[in-house]
Ligand binder design. Sequence first.
Ligand SMILES: Cc1cc2nc3c(=O)[nH]c(=O)nc-3n(C[C@H](O)[C@H](O)[C@H](O)COP(=O)(O)OP(=O)(O)OC[C@H]3O[C@@H](n4cnc5c(N)ncnc54)[C@H](O)[C@@H]3O)c2cc1C
Length: 389
Amino acid sequence: MSSSDFDLYRLSEEHDLLRESVRSLAETKIAPHAAEVDEESRFPQEARDALTANDLHAVHVPEAYGGAGADAISTVIVIEEIARVCASSSLIPAVNKLGSLPVELSGSEELKRKYLGPLAKGDAMFSYCLSEPDAGSDAAGMKTRAVRDGDSWVLNGVKRWITNAGISEFYTVMAVTDPEKRSKGISAFVVEKDDPGLSFGAPEKKLGIKGSPTREVYFDNVRIPADRMIGEEGTGFATAMRTLDHTRVTIAAQALGIAQGALDYARGYVQERKQFGKPIGDFQGVQFMLADMAMKLEAARQLTYAAAARSERVSGGATKEDLTFFGAAAKCYASDVAMEITTDAVQLLGGYGYTRDYPVERMMRDAKITQIYEGTNQVQRIVMARNLP
Ligand SMILES: Cc1cc2nc3c(=O)[nH]c(=O)nc-3n(C[C@H](O)[C@H](O)[C@H](O)COP(=O)(O)OP(=O)(O)OC[C@H]3O[C@@H](n4cnc5c(N)ncnc54)[C@H](O)[C@@H]3O)c2cc1C
């Protein structure tokens, strides 16, 4: 065994330094607004500004298109550290990756230049439009139609639950181009916010990630040039699924960050809070809870980094490997663990944990979404079962 074999299971010094700098930025510029963003259900503009100023809003964009060209593990670290203080804000880099990855994976050189450049600069955000009111877990059952008309495609339909809709300039939209072929009759397109016929619903009133706007997107005879199709006709669903293989790793990262934030808070609290004449952290019953929380979090983190390493290798042109399994496993496990850890953090704060005066109830509400989006955890188990390593 060479010494580099042992390095496999620890991050590089560069990754550690990146974590340190993102943590410091998150604590100074994002954390102070997190409670208010949640309370007022408002977009975390301060976070967007701070992330853009520090080139952290879409770190995955390759250098060739003006981006930071961060590897998949670096992208995970950025999302993790932002989510540790504000889950809503972590959806800025996460959904910028989700929305633009179809272009990066399958788009023409022309599309990449046109859309990834403004994203990298921070002039535009990107959303991902797959789900519909009647097509969630069964995404291939979508109804939104794209019909060819000369040199254009004309889109009609409704997308639902679209993160950052109304704020993003660019939308990757999956639509049916051949209804006979089900998933093989779905194509992907880039739609711009200003395209005539595009409009947005009111923000959903949600349990958590309240600072992240979620809206319906309406397509009423939206006419776009034919060269806005991403990849070949009929490949849109495959592109959408390949995208999720990579971005489920970023949802795992979000879950890790939320859980770490809750664990860190609870750990500090039990040293301060006294009952029976001593800090509650002196009781073994409390210590065992913290030990279990830290153990599960570290196991989830290792699985997430293992998945990120596969995501990186696949992006680098390697074959698909077992990314589909690892992406689903990391998302499913990390989100289940985040739900447990945040719930236990509320428990460790007792009655105080149940109030909005402390951040752990927000973290518990925010953790819940990670078990639902980018495919529910039941769907992840279906994906894993079909792709056992
Ligand atoms: C806040 C938020 C943000 C989102 N952002 C986006 C976005 O940006 N873009 C986007 O395209 N979508 C987005 N989504 C949609 C999200 O991915 C879907 O909500 C999710 O995939 C589940 O679909 P559904 O809500 O229709 O639930 P359903 O599919 O109706 O599922 C309901 C329940 O049935 C279970 N179930 C369904 N089928 C099976 C099965 N075969 N076996 C076992 N159990 C099953 C599910 O696990 C779930 O528990 C977002 C959702 C939310 C809430």
